[in-house]
Design a protein around this ligand. Structure first.
Ligand code: SF4
Ligand SMILES: [Zn+2]
Length: 363
């Protein structure tokens, strides 16, 4: 079987040719949103900002990045001047200033906050210093690949943040090395994740882990089992928060290629409910926060059921994420598509080995 990254890289290069980045867009973040989220028993306002940086080093590498991720097409693709990065961050500061509520500040880059090519150290310091001075900020969450996590960086960040909590989020996707490497082309091992997790915990930071439902090349049933197993493994590695990333089809990805050929379907929302039901039975929800906030739910490119129950099922997922109360997942209203989903679980034809054949024919 050819190395998967050759295919990913080919698709990536083709799509990158179509991207043109206007310098005016460097003054604004890629994305901002806010919603309610529980933090240590208190309902807070979570403010998410995605800064436009050079882009994820892994996506820009000769390995082409992850099979499911098209965030690189929103990136600047060249270093962004420090003053512009800070100007982008000022949008989040203004949003915080509009509220008196406690805030969870999530600073994302669609890459790695600790990658100095994306966020130079002076900018990192300044951003954290600003956050440290805002009274109602309870927690700062940043995202990174594990290879950028070092004790020196975390010591420096926690020192600047003082009594604010720092949560470091890692997109593990799956705890299984074969699935992470082959299905995602993720490029880091469980061992690398574990060593980053250890550093995060040793520095009294919280660890958030993203788990993906459902990876390409797995059946729905295999994906459900993998998400549950990965949750268990991530918690034993010290995860304080688990966030399920329900697959959506990004443009210019291997996942989109498979989807267009009918070789991939985004997960059913019932599968997410099943994962949450199983996980909430084995996890201490007082100690570990479980989140699931699907993007593009109900759309063909996003996680979906039959169309008529999607909105209702998403509301259950959100209600559970906010309350952390497993009772929310009981007595869910019946929709006829549950039977179709059950049949799909047993009949889906693309198991790992069969899809490998389809993959071999990629051109
Ligand atoms: S999923 Fe994360 S690591 Fe992978 S290409 Fe996207 S931003 Fe980079
Ligand atoms: Zn339905």
């Amino acid at each position: 079987m050819p190395e998967i990254y050759n295919k990913v890289l080919k698709i990536r290069k083709k799509y990158l040719q179509k991207v043109s980045v206007k310098s005016s867009t460097l003054k604004r973040p890629i994305y901002m949103k806010s919603y309610d989220e529980k933090f240590d028993g208190e309902i807070c306002k979570a403010i998410v900002i995605t800064l436009k940086t050079r882009g994820c080093a892994w996506a820009l590498s000769e390995f082409g990045g992850c099979t499911v991720c098209g965030y690189i097409y929103d990136a600047a693709l060249k270093p962004v001047p420090e003053d512009l990065l800070l100007r982008q961050f000022s949008y989040a500061v203004r949003e915080i200033e509009r509220t008196n509520r406690p805030v969870i500040l999530k600073i994302f880059t669609s890459g790695s906050f600790f990658d100095e090519e994306e966020i130079p150290p002076p900018v990192r310091h300044k951003i954290l210093e600003i956050a440290s001075k805002i009274d109602n900020v309870r927690e700062v969450v940043v995202e990174t690949r594990p290879e950028f996590v070092t004790s020196d960086v975390l010591t420096e960040c926690t020192k600047i943040l003082g009594d604010k909590i720092l949560e470091v989020a890692i997109g593990l996707e799956s705890s299984n090395d074969d699935i992470r490497m082959t299905c995602f082309n993720k490029g880091f091992s469980w061992k690398t994740f574990l060593s980053a997790a250890k550093i995060i915990k040793e520095n009294y930071c919280r660890l958030k882990v993203y788990i993906f439902l459902k990876p390409p090349f797995l059946t729905e049933m295999e994906a459900i089992k993998d998400a549950i197993r990965s949750t268990r493994d991530a918690i034993s590695a010290g995860a304080d928060t688990i966030s399920y990333n329900l697959s959506t089809i990004h443009r210019g990805t291997l996942l989109e290629y498979l989807w267009k050929r009918g070789e991939y379907r985004p997960p059913w929302l019932w599968s997410a409910i099943l994962v949450l039901q199983k996980v909430s039975a084995i996890v201490d929800l007082e100690k570990t926060k479980i989140l699931c906030d699907p993007v593009a739910a109900g759309k063909t490119r996003g996680p979906h059921n039959c169309g008529s129950c999607d909105r209702y099922v998403v509301s259950i997922l959100r209600k559970f994420s906010l309350s952390q109360n497993p009772e929310v997942l009981e007595n869910i209203k019946f929709c006829r598509c549950i039977n179709a989903w059950k049949a799909f679980l047993h009949a889906e034809s693309y198991s790992f080995s069969q899809t490998v054949n389809a993959y071999e024919t990629l051109t």
